[in-house]
Design a protein. Structure first.
Length: 117
């Protein structure tokens, strides 16, 4: 199983970034997907989740209205559109795949997003 994140980089405050996470080696459509992030010196935190069909999403409070999670099961990819970025959004962003039925759980290697003020 591989989860490969991409799309990170350096962006100015107020800017936008779209992250992608391409999954392989798993039955993507049965996995709930989520994005998490970890800033230096802080614990990893949940950013957003999306159900298997994409019908339901959840966002952490500080991301509501700014971030949008989506998925394309035909491309086995999950996305995170991040708008109105703030310096405090600087972190390594990880995607996660979880099969609720079996608790199988996989992580990507992460992609760095740095927001300059």
């Amino acid at each position: 199983v591989q989860l490969v994140e991409s799309g990170g980089g350096l962006v100015q405050s107020g800017g936008s970034v779209r992250l992608s996470c391409a999954a392989s080696g798993l039955s993507f459509s049965v996995y709930s997907m989520s994005w998490h992030r970890q800033a230096p010196g802080k614990e990893r935190e949940l950013v957003a989740t999306i159900t298997t069909t994409g019908s339901t999403t959840y966002y952490a409070d500080s991301m509501k209205g700014r971030f949008t999670i989506s998925r394309d099961n035909s491309k086995t990819t999950v996305y995170l559109q991040m708008n109105s970025l703030k310096p405090e959004d600087t972190a390594v962003y990880y995607c996660n795949a979880k099969w609720q039925l079996t608790n199988k759980n996989y992580w990507g290697q992460g992609t760095q997003v740095t927001v300059s003020s």
